[in-house]
Design a protein around this ligand. Structure first.
Ligand code: DGY
Length: 323
């Protein structure tokens, strides 16, 4: 078999690019700008493996252009809501992702957002940089304790569990979770997680609601105006999952009208666009999709893709197959 042709749609950490280039006929998108639909169509018709990421929208129309050439999409990232998996299955395109290796990094960002939102860290930093800090005072910049508060997790997969563990053991937080499947007693014991029978119950009881469910059509705008209204007025919403899980217009209204106390967001529905409505609000912390952004994690993600390609081209089942 000729050396497989592999496309990386973005730049990856150099050691992973080097590793892959030694094994395959690799093309790298040196410009590092997300390819548009037309470029993705050409790629799918030209390479045996295309390695996309969250910035590449692989819908049914784009996927059909592969015409049988592309055999595997080795996604760089765990979330795959940007790929139409049923169409991939129908067209016989294998899809893999990169679970496990980004779990702790993403959980760290969820905890970062909880702390930043509750302790007004972004707002405080802006004051200092803008020369607006008037000095220590007993009543200024008063935030909210995190320690001992109740954390409610929507979705309880790997990242949700890791967030629970850090919050429970690090900050003594009681943990509630809502997910389709109840976790095993061992997982509940390790994370301190208590299962909630309904999302509404979790929203009503939690001081911090952190989203850890997959994105996509099924969870689009799960957190809408009615659900935000169920939350405590003192509560914070944290999103490190996918932007589309939150109705951003409803969240901006809820923050402006103090329906909830604050929010911490790492993801947005139409990245890299961040709704203008958030930019003027002090009670929302806005990060630029940093969940997996550590060097160790980004290298490990690339090596996970490499393992999946290696198994696939050796005729074996890739470890992280999702379609
Ligand atoms: C992930 O792995 O899903 C990150 O959000 C980057 O795509």
């Amino acid at each position: 078999m000729p050396t497989p042709k592999v496309l990386l749609t973005r730049r990856w950490p150099s050691e992973v690019e080097h590793y892959l280039s030694q094994r395959y006929d690799v093309t790298i998108n040196e410009h590092d700008t997300p390819p548009d639909a037309a470029a993705l169509k050409v790629a799918l018709a030209s390479y045996d493996a295309v390695c996309p990421t969250v910035t590449d929208k692989l819908n049914a129309d784009v996927l059909a252009a592969g015409g049988g050439r592309v055999k595997i999409l080795g996604n760089y990232g765990v979330g795959v809501s940007h790929i139409d998996l049923p169409t991939c299955k129908r067209l016989g395109i294998v899809v893999t992702n990169t679970p496990d290796v980004l779990t702790d990094a993403t959980a760290e960002i969820a905890v970062t957002l909880m702390l930043m939102a509750a302790r007004r860290a972004g707002e405080g930093e802006r004051q200092v940089r803008d020369h607006k800090w008037g000095g220590w005072a007993p009543t200024r910049m008063i935030g909210t304790d995190v320690t001992g508060k109740t954390l409610g997790l929507v979705g309880f997969g790997r990242i949700g569990q890791a967030t629970a563990q850090k919050a429970h053991h690090g900050f003594g937080m009681p943990v509630l979770y809502y997910s389709r499947k109840r976790a095993t007693p061992e997982v509940e014991a390790r994370t301190g997680g208590q299962h909630c029978a309904s999302l509404d119950e979790l929203l009503e009881r939690a001081d911090f609601v952190s989203l850890h469910c997959p994105g996509g059509a099924e969870t689009r705008h799960l957190l809408n105006a009615a659900r935000l209204d169920r939350m405590k007025r003192s509560a914070f919403l944290i999103n490190t999952a996918r932007g589309e899980v939150v109705d951003e217009a409803a969240l901006a209204d809820a923050l402006r009208n103090r329906v909830i106390a604050g929010a911490g967001l790492d993801v947005y529905e139409h990245e890299p666009r961040v709704p203008e409505a958030f930019l003027g609000l002090e009670n929302v912390v806005l990060l630029p999709h940093l969940g997996s952004a550590t060097l160790e994690t980004r290298v490990a993600m690339g090596m996970r893709v490499a393992d999946n390609l290696e198994r696939f081209f050796a005729g074996l089942e890739p470890g992280d197959r999702v379609a």
